[in-house]
Design a binder for this molecule. Structure first.
Ligand code: BYC
Length: 332
């Protein structure tokens, strides 16, 4: 698996395009990307393009799958049958997103087993946000509203990413994420307008999820080793900082509307830029969570490994069933 060593922030560099690549093929590829054509699995592509996409799509898939854990933890404790049914559907949607994304990554030539192995061995990354615990029911509101809200902000431009299978997977994912964001905002709204204790609980969840949500967009552009090349290849359509700013500008009025206070004393509307200025993000915290030191990072990976091992029988049964079907077909 291809990952950036973040032990020295800022020092990581994207692999240059290999000298072995045919300049004519490279030129034709660049021209197709510049003309906004989709690149498809059987098309020629530079190895570095294949590597960066495999890295990003597989990490995206891992995020969807690990991302089921914080909310899955609340399904049995949702406060009503309606909330339980909605949460169950949402968590199932995340599993579906993971599966489309693993399929999209497989078209680049890495097997699902290799990707899962990289996740379980700690080689592959997944979004930092899922290494924080869900302490109260209000966290489920905050995740839907903020985490899915940040995810949509990042994923809408990915519907126009240059690699066809990734772009197409994003179309359905974005539709479902919109529903997720709305359900989270609705929970948050109800709690924020509920009893003083409910409002306090919602404000507390908002305080804990705000900063980690801003970190979801990745390091600042001047410290993001992959952004420049990914923008050139139209894998990314907007930079980490551009998307983070858009998220802040959309979310602050939503918080004000339901009477919550953004936990940032430096937050201020900037008339000139037409957006909010906001306080400094704790990048040390971000890098330590990326490196696997998040508050519940060990629990998350242990849960994934256990699920893989305990449910091996499902994979074996599916394979045995398929083998029987093939044998019957061959005998007919
Ligand atoms: N967490 O050069 P950069 C969901 C890594 S799930 C961890 O800016 P890039 C949901 C980055 O990977 C949706 N690592 O990289 C599910 C790179 O290391 P590698 C999740 C991070 O790729 C369930 C290094 O830092 N969304 O919605 O150009 C329930 C340098 O960064 C993070 C996606 O996965 C991070 N936050 O840009 C609820 C979106 N940020 O890979 C909701 C798809 C950075 O070289 N991914 N790193 O070893 C992307 O759009 C891009 O990969 C990123 C980073 C914007 C995240």
């Amino acid at each position: 698996m291809y990952t950036t060593d973040l032990s020295k922030p800022g020092s990581a560099k994207v692999q240059p395009i290999g000298p072995a690549e045919d300049p004519a093929l490279l030129e034709a590829f660049e021209a197709r990307v510049a003309a906004d054509e989709f690149i498809e699995p059987k098309d020629w592509m530079p190895e570095a393009y294949r590597r960066t996409l495999t890295r990003q799509i597989s990490q995206h898939a891992h995020s969807e799958i690990v991302g089921m854990l914080p909310e899955g933890n609340w399904i049995t404790r949702a406060p009503s049958l309606r909330r339980k049914a909605i949460l169950l559907a949402k968590v199932q949607d995340e599993a579906g997103h993971g599966l489309y994304l693993y399929c999209a990554a497989e078209t680049l030539g890495t097997s699902r087993e290799q990707m899962i192995e990289a996740l379980h061995s700690g080689k592959a990354k997944y979004s930092t946000i899922f290494n924080y615990p869900t302490l109260t029911w209000a966290d489920i509101g905050a995740i839907g509203w903020l985490v899915d809200g940040a995810a949509i902000m990042n994923q809408v431009p990915l519907q126009r990413t240059s690699y066809g299978p990734y772009a197409r997977a994003m179309v359905r994912v974005c539709k479902e994420e919109s529903f997720h964001q709305r359900q989270g905002y609705e929970i948050s709204m109800q709690l924020a307008r509920g009893t003083p204790e409910q409002k306090r609980m919602m404000q507390d969840a908002f305080n804990r999820w705000w900063w980690p949500s801003l970190m979801m967009f990745g390091p600042p552009d001047d410290n993001s080793p992959n952004t420049a090349q990914s923008m050139r290849w139209r894998i990314k359509r907007e930079t980490n900082d551009e998307l983070r700013q858009k998220f802040v500008d959309i979310t602050v009025p939503q918080a004000e509307f339901i009477g919550l206070t953004v936990p940032d004393p430096d937050l201020k509307w900037n008339e000139e830029k037409g957006g909010y200025d906001f306080g400094a993000i704790d990048w040390e915290e971000f890098y330590s969570v990326v490196k696997g030191e998040g508050p519940v990072a060990k629990e998350r990976i242990t849960a994934r490994r256990e699920a893989w091992e305990k449910n091996a029988w499902v994979r074996e049964a599916a394979q045995a069933h398929e083998a029987k079907k093939q044998a019957r077909k061959a005998a007919a």
